[in-house]
Design a protein. Structure first.
Length: 309
């Protein structure tokens, strides 16, 4: 298939795009290269790989990029609540208007996969979120992704994948994700202070995120026109459990603070029964992911690890 991946140079994209190329697909990436393009260096050897440096906020750019493809995987976004809070106008223009451009530029017959997020649940009435739990985002990030998800599903012939909090190593590395940050600090600072250690989060490895997109494309008839939580109940952990898991792999000073708080107040669990019922299972658990992360963060030493927020 010929596949357009918006935001393909990002954390998820730089894991997904090589996977698609290795499967024999032709891949065009539309990306502003906000964080550079190094994550896709390994893709340049594929004749079927094409990079278009462009912006999803620019309808003409999206329209051109959508030409002659069978599938659009829409990843481009301003990702996470701190980044959205820092540049709210850019976040709304990218996440909502950019998605509107993608929906508008799509030709009849082109399938659309959208990367959504568990952040659309926000302040949930039920502690265990299912796909039909009312969306009640509490951050601008969650609001923009919820609005974009609605646009995509209303357009039809689409799948929205609501991801848990991502973690794991990817060619374009992100250090603003909690397990990645914890591992980086454990390895480089040899110490970590954890606030609100009892708060529960739900995680998915970036490799499994990319696999879920491939799975949706391979099982389109069963998956289309619906929304799925992507993750696994086995991957619901408190922040303290994640920090302690890292202690099993690297020796560092772990301190739980009574004061201080995390602005992201999400505290919930998510059901992943629906996507499992379609046959999708995640592969990488916290132990394997943390073992990988400890090695991965040892390979990098960045001046400002949290530069993207
Ligand atoms: N990582 C997570 O925890 C997570 C969880 C749930 C959902 N998601 C979703 O997955 C998608 C990918 O996230 P990621 O972690 O790879 O983020 P990322 O920030 O690493 O990648 C986003 C990519 O989009 C590009 N981009 C930003 N604005 C653009 C624009 N206007 N036009 C074109 N390209 C633009 C950036 O250059 C970057 O390469 C996002 O839609 C995000 O909301 C991510």
């Amino acid at each position: 298939m010929r596949i357009l991946v918006t935001g393909g140079a990002g954390y998820v994209g730089s894991t997904l795009v090589p996977m698609l190329l290795a499967d024999g697909h032709a891949v065009r990436v539309l990306d502003t290269l906000r964080f550079g393009g190094q994550g896709l260096l390994g893709c340049a050897r594929y004749p079927a790989f094409e990079l278009v440096k462009g912006d999803v906020r620019d309808f003409a750019a999206v329209d051109d990029a959508a030409d002659d493809v069978d599938v659009i995987v829409h990843l481009a976004a301003i990702v996470g609540y701190p980044a959205c809070k820092k540049e709210p106008d850019v976040a709304v223009a990218t996440n909502v208007d950019g998605t509107r451009n993608v929906v508008r530029a799509r030709r009849p017959g082109q399938r659309l996969v959208f990367a959504s997020t568990g952040s659309v649940y926000g302040a949930v009435p039920d502690y265990l979120c299912h796909e039909d739990t009312p969306r009640a985002p509490i951050t601008l990030y969650g609001e923009t992704k919820a609005e974009a998800e609605q646009l995509v599903l209303a357009a039809g012939d689409a799948v929205a994948l609501r991801y848990a909090t991502a973690f794991g190593a990817s060619p374009r590395m992100r250090l603003d994700l909690m397990p990645n940050t914890f591992a980086y600090q454990a390895v480089h600072d040899r110490s970590l202070i954890v606030y609100e250690g009892g708060f529960k989060r739900t995680f998915v490895h970036v490799h499994d995120m990319a696999r879920s997109i491939v799975f949706a494309l391979d099982n389109w008839a069963a998956m289309r026109d619906d929304v799925y939580n992507v993750g696994h109940e086995r991957m619901n952990f408190t922040k303290a459990e994640v920090a302690r898991k890292i202690l099993e792999h690297v020796d560092y000073y772990l301190y739980f603070a009574e004061t201080g708080s995390d602005e992201d107040k999400r505290d919930y669990e998510v059901s992943y029964a629906k996507i499992r019922s379609r046959g999708f299972e995640t592969e990488i658990d916290l132990d394997a992911g943390v073992a990988e992360l400890v090695k991965a963060v040892s390979l990098i030493n960045v001046v400002n690890p949290y530069g993207n927020v």
